[in-house]
Design a binder for this molecule. Structure first.
Ligand code: NAD
Length: 312
């Protein structure tokens, strides 16, 4: 039975990854300090093949048993969180990534870095291929996240080139699904919460900025395919179906049957105007592409919330 360490495993993506790996007969060691994650996300997994370790990854991490994979997801990810936790975000991207890579090196494990489409900043190339180096403002408020991830990518490549660690890097584009926190500030949970309460949906700017939303099950399948591949260079994973924020708000209203109207608010600083992954490499290397449409994904969240009696 392979063993995987999942840092940030009690968060949104991490907990779905833990679910998937346990279902695939992995032993999973979930390492998380619960800064933005929650034990509730993983409590159903507790058992022989799942261990939770409450640990701040900016400090040295020791695991006794053999490890085959290190999935490094620990980092605040929502703008609300990293704007509130700027130093922690930089520290977990730097010291935290050092510690996760050190563990992978010591255990001779395959290492996966969860990077982000934010490394492209406000892109001048559209859609964004992995060869694009990005357009990031290092001193703006979002710089703490974007630069932490860019540093983490550089560090990962250095451990690979200099130390021979078997690494891969995934650049994740906006992903959504059950267990997102209703107040985490990201567009889909915010719109769902507002629509279900028949409150106005708050769209930033004129809503013409675009995003591409990938359903969590598609993303997790891609992460595991990449970790099992022999690839070392970054791979984009996301849904190339692009839509404007205004279209997203209208879709949420339609799917929820809400009576909400749409209101417009000021654009946040350095909010990217466009965002769409070029997934040619993921298609070629992994045979991967997303299968779940936006409307289906939104319905799945509503069903999951009904099942778990959670409010969105
Ligand atoms: P999340 O906030 O739900 O999960 C992050 C987890 O990391 C949380 O459980 C948190 O407690 C943990 N964590 C933070 N700092 C830590 C530390 N110092 N030590 C131990 N644990 C720590 O966010 P998410 O959306 O699940 O994102 C997971 C990863 O995927 C992040 O690295 C993020 O940058 C990346 N990512 C996510 C998206 C997305 O759309 N969700 C997009 C791009 C990249």
């Amino acid at each position: 039975m392979p063993t995987a360490v999942v840092t940030g495993g009690a968060g949104f993506l991490g907990s779905h990854l833990c679910d998937y790996l346990v279902a695939q007969d992995y032993r999973v060691i979930c390492v998380d300090n619960l800064e933005t994650g929650s034990l509730q996300n993983v409590e159903h997994l507790r058992g022989e093949n799942f261990v939770f370790v409450n640990h701040d990854l900016t400090r040295h991490l020791e695991i006794e048993e053999p490890v085959d994979f290190v999935y490094h997801l620990a980092s605040p990810a929502s703008p609300i969180d990293y704007l509130r936790l700027p130093l922690q975000t930089l520290k977990v991207g730097s010291y935290g990534t050092h510690n996760a890579l050190g563990l992978a090196k010591f255990k001779r494990a395959r290492f996966l870095l969860a990077s982000t489409s934010e490394v492209y900043g406000d892109p001048a190339v559209h859609p964004q291929p992995e060869t694009y180096w990005g357009n990031v403002n290092p001193i703006g408020p979002r710089g703490v996240y974007d630069e932490a991830k860019r540093y983490a990518e550089a560090l990962t490549m250095a451990y690979h080139r200099q130390q021979g660690v078997d690494t891969c890097i995934v650049r994740i584009f906006n992903t959504y699904g059950p267990r997102m926190r209703p107040h985490d500030g990201r567009a889909i949970p915010t719109f769902l919460r507002q629509a279900l309460a028949n409150e106005p949906l708050t769209v930033f700017g004129d809503g013409s900025q675009t995003r591409s939303f990938c359903y969590v099950d598609d993303l997790i399948r891609g992460l595991v395919l990449l970790a099992r591949s022999g690839e070392h260079l970054p791979v984009n994973l996301g849904n190339p179906q692009e839509l404007s924020l205004l279209e997203l708000a209208k879709t949420v209203i339609r799917v929820t049957g809400s009576k909400s109207e749409i209101v417009f608010e000021a654009l946040p600083v350095d909010d990217p105007q466009v965002r769409q992954p070029d997934i040619t490499r993921a298609r070629q290397l992994l045979g991967w592409e997303p299968q779940v449409t936006l409307e289906d994904g939104l319905r799945r969240i509503l069903q999951a919330n009904q099942r778990e009696s959670l409010s969105v």
